[in-house]
Design a binder for this molecule. Structure first.
Ligand code: X90
Length: 278
């Protein structure tokens, strides 16, 4: 059977080694500039344009046809989207599924609402890949991925909330913190897929120890961790080293966030996907 994994570009993933994969770009609109979050996007240019731009900026999720094109001619598609609580990506993928299954009877599409983004989506995608490589049937993969997602979590640290607040993606109470200089917010993706604040920090050490503490509370015991950062390689590497020291068996990968997560996590932002147990 011809399998394919598809995700929107908020997964920060462009390629997969062992299974067919496509990333469907979201768009970032900054004044008259439009950045398409694919392999060619110039992240340094986007960062510069954003830094000097005074007016409105926003994002747009994939349309139904973008998803259909990515499904291609696969017989079983696993489609992983950014949280439906903050984006229309999931709804548009569900419409694409309906059209695809109607047009090609017998084909199978499972649209998975990650209720998260970035590195937690990577964990889901890697697990899907593992199940495909193991030769599992589509329905089996669907039920196993649902179980797996009960244990994955997303933590993050943000230095600025401006773009999230201006685009109405956070509650007014959290948005109030948007402008406070020097405060970093440590938060998690809530069970409903919304941004939930956990604590406020001044300084990097507070952020790193807070993330570590929350990881342990979530039952992290040395499984996979995926980290995305926007221009903050040093903190991401330091976090990875601290995790490794406490849990030598951990499997950690660090990468730069792509355009969508960079836009919302902003400079200095770090996202951490992990395998918990609670
Ligand atoms: O449809 C669209 O235009 C995309 C909207 C996406 C809005 C949120 C993106 C968040 C990216 C920021 C920190 C993590 C928050 C996670 C909460 C679940 C990353």
């Amino acid at each position: 059977m011809k399998y394919k994994i598809v995700s929107d570009s908020s997964s920060d993933l462009l390629h997969l080694e062992q299974a067919p994969f496509a990333s469907v770009p979201l768009h970032i609109i900054v004044g008259s500039h439009e950045f398409i979050d694919d392999a060619n996007v110039d992240l340094a240019e986007m960062d510069e344009v954003l830094a000097s731009h005074k007016g409105r900026s926003g994002t747009a999720c994939p349309g139904v046809n973008d998803w259909l094109e990515a499904f291609g001619d696969a017989e079983a598609v696993f489609c992983v989207t950014i949280t439906s609580a903050l984006s229309g990506s999931y709804n548009s993928a569900v419409s694409a599924k309906k059209e695809y299954e109607e047009q090609f009877p017998g084909r199978y599409v499972h649209v998975i609402d990650s209720l998260s983004t970035g590195p937690e989506m990577q964990l889901i995608i890697e697990k899907l890949q593992e199940l495909i490589v193991a030769g599992r049937e589509p329905e089996e993969i669907s039920s196993e991925i649902t179980d797996y997602m009960r244990h994955t979590r997303l933590l993050f640290s943000l230095e600025t909330l401006t773009n999230l607040a201006n685009n109405g993606r956070i509650s007014p109470a959290v948005a109030k913190l948007a402008g406070i200089l020097g405060i970093r917010l440590v938060g998690q993706a809530s069970p409903k897929g919304e941004l939930q604040m956990l604590n406020k920090c001044r300084g990097k050490q507070c952020v790193l120890s807070s993330i570590l503490r929350h990881m342990q509370r979530m039952g992290y015991q040395g499984g996979k961790v995926r980290i995305s950062h926007n221009g903050n390689e040093s903190s991401a590497a330091e976090l990875a080293a601290q995790i490794k020291k406490l849990f030598p068996s951990s499997d950690i990968r660090v990468g730069a966030a792509r355009a969508l997560c960079s836009f919302y996590a902003e400079r200095g932002g770090i996202l951490v996907g992990l395998e918990g147990s609670l």
